[in-house]
Write a protein that binds this ligand. Structure first.
Ligand code: IMP
Length: 436
């Protein structure tokens, strides 16, 4: 085990941009030595590509650590669980011979995505009276709305038929009115939904656990724990580009709430950033490309959403965002992914501030208007114009690639501990830069 892995005691991995930073690969890399891999927020809006028998599949809910037979995978109370997706994934993994029994734990406090959440999510997106967010349509926002509104249905509620039916009845009284009167949609049937969710309970029973107790005992007994955040810092409900955000806290603080562990139990927070920037869905993106550059980068980086297949918007690395992510998440270090995608560029830019009228802004602003109408101030470094996919050590990288990485480090003030130069595990440069 090297020093990065040894430092894992309790490590949080967070997306430090707008999601899709390549967290899946880094989590996979680190989870080969983890005893526990846990998800703490979001739901089936996330997507990790995994390869089984040479075919690609996407896991939306179950942590990709499930592929490493020693790891116990946990879905925490902060996750909103779509049972339809959950059982599809369980069946897929079982059919490929992956042992799940005793290795998957689901919090009894987690909220459940109901059919009306998905219908409302899609209806709101299609409606002309609401801001189009460009959601994944997986019912995430409406499920978190019910959680905060204290009308949500939790995994524990599935255990009692009377409680479940009553909660669904109360919800349908309101949701059916909204679906009919505002969105002109068909009504949902109480008995059909109750039957469907009772059948989920029977299948879910063996996985249900008190996750907070499990996590704290695992920490007490010195287990190596990896907490994988979904989405990214700029999609955080509090710190993202509101309202163009998801409805949970993908930042490191969300990990404690979403798993029932205290902040004193966290040892390390690693932020994942691409060597450039992407975003899917609507919302401001200061360093976004237009025209040919956008197409070129999308093709080079294969930038299409894992959950929805939508083309991702692309742009230069934004150090204003990177510094903000370091601050909000308390990042110790960064894993920089997809460096190889920049191999053919003559000149590479880094956004270091925003110009808004006569103002120069260095701290990521809260005002959408500023984000939408400011011009980034860039510095340039020369490209390296040679392939890096095969390179195994930092020293072997082309001089200009090293310069790019060191420039980013000096602007954002934290070390880059891992550099990824391709999708395979072997295409990873680990730098032992931690002072443990
Ligand atoms: P929601 O999470 O489906 O409500 O979508 C809200 C916003 O978050 C939209 O812009 C989505 O495209 C974005 N989003 C949600 N999940 C992900 C993800 O895993 N990667 C990247 N963007 C995401």
């Amino acid at each position: 085990m090297n020093r990065i892995e040894a430092a894992m005691a309790v490590t949080i991995i967070v997306g430090a941009q707008w999601g899709d930073e390549g967290k899946g690969k880094i989590v996979d890399l680190l989870s080969k030595d983890a005893d526990v891999v846990a998800r703490c927020q979001g739901g089936a809006n996330a997507g990790h590509t995994i390869v089984l028998e040479d075919k690609k599949y996407i896991l939306h809910l179950i942590p990709s650590g499930i592929l490493h037979s020693q790891a116990i995978c946990v879905i925490g109370n902060g996750v909103v669980i779509d049972p339809v997706v959950l059982f599809e994934e369980i069946e897929l993994l079982k059919s490929k011979g992956i042992e799940i029994g005793g290795r998957l734990l689901i919090s009894h406090r987690a909220h459940v995505i109901m059919p009306y959440h998905k219908l409302l999510d899609q209806a709101q997106e299609d409606s002309s009276i609401e801001t189009k967010i460009g959601t994944t349509g997986r019912g995430i926002g409406p499920a978190y709305v019910d959680k905060v509104n204290r009308t949500g249905i939790r995994v524990v509620d599935l255990l009692d038929e009377d409680i479940l039916r009553n909660k669904i009845r109360l919800n349908l009284q309101q949701k059916n009115e909204i679906l009919k009167k505002i969105y002109n949609k068909a009504q949902l049937d109480l008995e059909a939904i109750t039957r469907q969710y009772l059948s989920f309970d029977k299948k879910m029973d063996e996985y249900i656990a008190d996750v907070s107790t499990f996590m704290n005992e695992a920490i007490d007994s010195g287990k190596r724990i990896l907490i994988e955040g979904a989405q990214g810092t700029l999609l955080d409900i509090d710190f993202g580009t509101y309202p163009y955000v998801t409805s949970s806290n993908p930042t490191s603080g969300g990990a404690c709430i979403g798993l029932g562990i205290g902040p004193t139990r966290i040892n390390r927070v690693i932020g994942i950033q691409k060597a450039y920037t992407t975003r899917v869905g609507e919302g401001p993106f200061p360093t976004e490309f237009s025209g040919d550059m956008a197409v070129q980068m999308r093709e080079l980086g294969d930038e299409f959403g894992a959950t929805t297949g939508r083309p991702r918007r692309c742009g230069w690395f934004d150090a204003v965002i990177a510094r903000y992510s370091v601050r909000i998440n308390g990042l110790d270090s960064i894993a920089l992914t997809k460096l190889d995608v920049l191999d053919t560029f003559k000149e590479i830019k880094i956004g270091i501030a925003y110009r808004y009228g006569t103002k120069r802004i260095e701290n990521f602003p809260a005002e959408l208007k500023i984000l939408q109408h400011s011009d980034p101030e860039y510095i340039s470094v020369p490209g390296w114009n040679m392939p890096t996919k095969h390179i195994k050590t930092f020293d072997a990288l082309p001089e200009n690639a090293k310069r790019y990485i060191e420039t980013i480090e000096s602007i954002i003030g934290v070390p880059i501990c891992i550099i990824s130069v391709g999708p395979d595990r072997e295409q990873t440069i680990k730098r032992d830069v931690f002072d443990l």
